[in-house]
Every structure is written in structure tokens, then in C-alpha cells.
Design a protein around this ligand. Structure first.
Ligand SMILES: [Zn+2]
Ligand SMILES: [Zn+2]
Length: 246
């Protein structure tokens, strides 16, 4: 499974990073997790064809995770996409999503592909769907609004994406995680609704985790300094347009 990082930035405007958005790809299936700035360009740079994208999953409805959707749909329409696009969101955001699509007036362009909106309850553990040998499930993240973390299983591997969250005891329960993609809005500062690098490295058992990729990163935070103190190659500071294979 390839994991493409379209963006690795936090909600704060960054100079080097788009807001966090990640594409999981395996065996011809491509699933985009949240949609941030200029998604069409980023997907092309990462060699993911817009026509091949199967699904979008929204972890939550904060602006930094959703605002790229109009641009994504517009680009797909211009490229004459025909394949249906599945969009998954928490049931509490379905009305907002429907209203947003109506505001875009996509029916007037008109979009020639079907948009299938599917809802989940982000407060519960739920299998969302399977595609290309990957299985996507959600679990409750600890954030200021309903937010899902994601578990992705593929060929015996487990990848966990934290979502926007405080340190989550649910993530600590795994016996083994091949890759933990975790938010670190700050390097050291402990603040509600989010995590710091120091908390991620200190509160999860690193012996049970093969690799940690930090995302949702903010400018001017001393991430490198804190990673150096850990004296491990396990913790990677995420960068836009990198791809990791798991
Ligand atoms: Zn965010
Ligand atoms: Zn958020």
C-alpha cells in the first residue's frame, strides 16, 4: 500500500505545507482522506489519476480538512470523469455536505459522474468499506467537533491515522501498528483538542509501533530538535508530496 501525503500542515497558515490530506493507494484503488488545497495538482504530482480516485473520506468538518472539495470536483468534471465518486462523512455533517454541493451548483456544470454520499457514526467503531485489498474503519478521535480516526488494513499491515485529536488511549491499545500517522500541531506545547510531538512520543509505546509519521504540523515549531532527542529513526516529520510504502 502506498500512502501519499498531499499536505502535512495544521490549520494555521503554513509557508511550506498544505493542510493535511492523505491518499491511500493499492491495487488500483485510491482513497483520499480529507481534501485540502489544490488537490488536483497534488494528486497529479503524486501520479494519481483524478479519474481513478474511488473515494473521499472526511474525518471532520473543520475548514482545513474540507475546503479542497470544490476544486477536486471541478477538476474531475473538466477531465470528463464518469466513474462514481463515494464521499464518506459523519452523519452529523451530511446536511452540510449536501448544502455545500448545492451551493457549488454542480448540477449546472453538469457533473457527469454520480456522487454517492455515505455516512458513518464517528463516535463508534465502524467498518466503512473495502477496496483494492484495503479495509477502512473509523474510530472516535478526541477533538472539538465529531472527528474520526482511521484504521486501514492491507495485506496483514495496519496503518492508523489519528485524525485531529488529543492523545487517544484507543490508539494505544493496538499490539502492533505498522505505521501511525499522527497529528502533532505543536512540538512541545500541550493544548486541548490536539497533540504535540512530545506527547505522541511519550504517551504511546514506541515498541509497538514500527513507524510514526507526524502530520498536521505548524510553522516555527522545534520538531527537528525534539525528534533528535528521541534517538530513534522511527519518528518521521511528514513533508508534502512524500510517499511511504507500507
Ligand atoms: Zn485540522
Ligand atoms: Zn480540526
Amino acid at each position: 500500500m502506498d500512502i501519499h501525503f498531499l499536505g502535512t500542515g495544521s490549520a494555521y497558515p503554513g509557508s511550506e505545507r498544505e493542510n493535511t490530506s492523505i491518499c491511500f493507494s493499492n491495487d488500483g484503488c485510491h482513497v483520499l482522506l480529507d481534501v485540502s488545497g489544490n488537490p488536483c495538482r497534488k494528486l497529479k504530482q503524486l501520479k494519481v489519476d483524478l479519474g481513478d480516485l474511488d473515494a473521499v473520506i472526511f474525518t471532520h468538518f473543520h475548514i482545513d480538512h474540507i475546503y479542497g472539495l470544490p476544486s477536486l470536483l471541478w477538476g474531475m468534471w473538466l477531465e470528463d470523469r464518469k466513474k462514481p465518486l463515494r464521499i464518506f462523512c459523519d452523519y452529523r455533517n451530511e446536511k452540510k455536505l449536501q448544502e455545500w454541493l448545492a451551493t457549488m451548483e454542480a448540477y449546472k456544470w453538469p457533473i457527469a459522474f454520480v456522487i454517492e454520499i455515505e455516512t458513518f457514526d464517528g463516535d463508534r467503531e465502524e467498518k466503512l468499506f473495502a477496496c483494492g485489498g484495503m479495509t477502512f474503519s473509523c474510530f472516535k478521535a478526541l477533538h472539538s467537533v465529531p472527528t474520526a480516526g482511521l484504521e486501514v488494513r492491507c495485506a496483514g499491515r495496519i496503518v492508523i491515522y489519528s485524525g485531529d485529536t488529543e492523545i487517544n488511549e484507543r490508539i494505544g491499545r493496538y499490539d502492533h501498528i505498522d505505521m501511525l500517522i499522527h497529528e502533532a500541531t505543536s512540538a512541545r506545547k500541550v493544548a486541548g483538542n490536539h497533540s504535540s510531538l512530545v506527547e505522541v512520543a511519550g504517551k504511546y509505546d514506541l515498541d509497538k509501533i514500527e513507524k510514526i509519521v507526524l502530520v498536521h504540523l505548524s510553522d516555527k515549531e522545534p520538531y527537528e530538535e525534539e525528534v533528535a532527542k528521541l534517538r530513534t529513526a522511527k519518528v518521521i516529520i511528514g513533508e508534502d508530496l512524500m510517499t511511504k510504502r507500507v
